[in-house]
Every structure is written in C-alpha cells, then in structure tokens.
Design a binder for this molecule. Structure first.
Ligand code: SF4
Length: 362
C-alpha cells in the first residue's frame, strides 16, 4: 500500500489483494485486460519490480496464488489522519478472481474508517452492481466484527457516505457499457475516470429505446427509478511506453460538458503527448490528427514530449475540481484530527508501510 500517492486525485493507495508468483515467490498483483484502455497497463508493467513476471491475462492466472493480505487490509484502520484512498489501484476489486467475501472485508474496512474517503474504480461495473444488489450490509457487518471490537465500531449509513464508486472509460463504447451500470449502483458519490482517453465521449445525449434521452451528467428523474447524475469526471491522456495521444478536443469537450452541467471536472494530465505549438521544439515525434469530416485542414498536432513536460494545463489552466460534499467533510474531519493531534503529538499508530510501494493509476 502506498502511504502517499503521486496520483493527482488521491492521497494514498490501498492494495490488499495481492498475488504470489508460484515460480519466484515474489508478491505483486494480478489483473486481466478487459478493453483497449488496458493495453499499456501501468500496474502490469510494474509486476517485474515485484519479482512477479506475469502478464495481466487469464492465461497467467494459474502462475500466481491470489490472496487477501490481512496486514495490508488493516492498515487504513491505523491511519488517523483523513486521506483520500484509491482502493485496488493495481488490480480491479470486482475482478472475477476476487471472492465476494474479500470484497465484503475490504468494504468492512471502509465502513470502519469514516475518517477516510475511499475511491473505488472499476472496469467491471456489472459485478459491482451485482455485489451491491445482494444488499451486503449484514455481510459487511459480520466482517467488521472480525476487524474491530463491536463497542468501538462507528455507526454506518448505507450506502457508505465515505465511499466513492467510479468506472474507468476510454471512449464512447466503454462509456456506453459502463456508465449506466454505475448510475444503477447505490453510492454516495459516482465518478468517471476517462483515462486513457482514446476517443471522444458524449456524456449528455443517450437515447433509450423508449425515446427518452438520458444525460449522464444531469441524471433523469422523469421515470422510476430516477437515474442520478455523475458527481465527478476525471480526464487524462495515456502515459508510459507506447502511450497513445489524446486529441485536445476530447478533453475540451469533457470540460465544457461538465461546466454546462455543473459537474466537477479534474484534468489529471496530458500523458506523454501534448497538443501545443510550444512543445514542438525538442519533441521526439509528432502526430497529425486526421482532417475533420468537412475537409478542413487539421489544426491540431500532438507532440511526444514526455509526461512531465506535457504537464496538466488545459488551455492554460489547471482543473482540480472535486465533489464538494467531500471537501467539506474532509475539512471537518481534518479540523477534528488537528485538535486530536495537538493533544497527542506522538501518534503511535503511524508507522512505515511494510508492503512494497505500489503506485500510479492504471
Ligand atoms: S489494472 Fe486496470 S488497466 Fe490494468 S488490466 Fe486491470 S482493469 Fe485493466
């Protein structure tokens, strides 16, 4: 688990589902590619660092023993300072190799840590929705009882107010497949990570068979059950070896759609490529976007300059908006924490994380 994270929209990562390589004994992680957005998966690339030289592919599942690491699982309980925690940044909590009971235990930790905000991001929202449809509150409570004494347990509301559920999408097809399932799942906050952006996404015009148009950003309350709107959209280009460029109009379109609907928008990064004439000098490569359908000359060129130089300015400014309700809640929790820490300057619960550093978004 990463006590600190370089990911722009979170503070820490939490990876209790791990994989021991049967040949090397190395302990890393496991996942399986599910769509084009997985092609250059960062988490997969990192596995060699954990002495776990596997592919994130179904054929390699037999090469590892997948387990729930109980030491890592309990670490958020020891973190008193409120954090935003990205859950399973190196795999997918709702992958089919994760038994329901482990999901129950991970959720029990989230229920027992109201001081933190947990961000759960999946490319498998069908399983997430099925898991929630079991109405798992009693199962979570039973697991919570094995992690904390009943007398110390906080009261839990449902859905958990400190858990954000999100889906990763990379283009319109994956957005069409995943966002409706997310919107049909109970959650305090629902978000989309549109990264790596590999094609345009229209969040606002989705005709249903009955002729109704659903807007994912604003929701729809003209039917039953009502469909909630999204609470947050993150956009980012791809980084790492083999990264594909993001057309600037995809990012601008998402930004403008969110602005029109009043939905917080977070521009995470350009990735390795940036569309800026200033970047031309020293760029390794250039990608000329095809001409528009109306035959106009392409005005956009992306330059391969590296993630650091590409930065995270969109049309000259950063976009760091987050769901407001949580910022308010975090502020209150941090104020409580400050008064607690000032009364007890040495916090024995703070200790170095023993797990290997696993980092970055996927
Ligand atoms: S960790 Fe994410 S990006 Fe990587 S293979 Fe799994 S679902 Fe795909």
């Amino acid at each position: 688990m990463g006590d600190r994270s370089k990911i722009e929209w979170t503070d820490a990562t939490f990876n209790p589902i791990r994989a021991r390589n049967k040949a090397t004994g190395g302990v890393g992680h496991f996942c399986e590619h599910v769509s084009e957005g997985c092609r250059n998966c960062y988490a997969e690339r990192l596995q060699k660092r954990f002495n776990n030289p596997i592919r994130y592919a179904a054929q390699d599942r037999k090469l590892v023993d997948i387990f729930l690491d109980e030491t890592v699982l309990r670490q958020p309980l020891a973190w008193r300072k409120p954090r935003m925690i990205f859950v399973c940044s190196m795999t997918d909590l709702f992958g089919e190799w994760v038994p329901d009971e482990w999901i129950d235990r991970v959720c029990a930790v989230m229920a027992l840590c109201p001081q933190h905000t947990f961000q759960v991001l999946t490319k498998r929202p069908e399983r997430m929705r099925e898991w929630y449809a079991r109405e798992p509150q009693d199962l979570i409570n039973a697991q919570a009882g094995t992690l904390m004494h009943w007398d110390d347990m906080p009261d839990a509301e449902w859905p958990l107010p400190n858990v954000w559920l999100g889906v990763s999408v990379e283009d319109q097809a994956t957005a069409d497949a995943r966002i409706p399932l997310l919107l049909a799942t109970p959650a305090a906050v629902r978000f989309v990570s549109y990264e790596p952006a590999l094609g345009p996404v229209d969040f606002c015009h989705h005709a249903q068979p009955e002729g109704v148009v659903i807007d994912w950003l604003r929701g729809f309350d003209g039917g039953w059950p009502p469909i909630p709107g999204l609470d947050w959209v993150i956009v980012g280009g791809e980084s790492g070896p083999g990264a594909r460029p993001m057309h600037p109009k995809w990012a601008r379109s998402a930004r403008d759609q969110c602005a029109a609907a009043g939905v917080p928008f977070f521009f995470k990064q350009w990735g390795e490529w940036v569309a800026s004439a200033d970047a031309r000098v020293g760029a390794c490569d250039a990608y000329f976007w095809p001409a528009a359908d109306d035959g106009t000359f392409p005005t956009e060129v992306s330059f391969l300059v590296g993630k650091k130089r590409a930065g995270r300015l969109l049309d000259g400014r950063t976009h760091d908006a987050m769901p407001a309700m949580t910022m308010v809640a975090r502020g209150a929790a941090e104020a409580t924490e400050k008064s607690r820490v000032s009364a007890s300057p040495r916090d024995p619960s703070r200790r170095a994380c023993g797990a290997p550093q696993d980092e970055e978004s996927r």
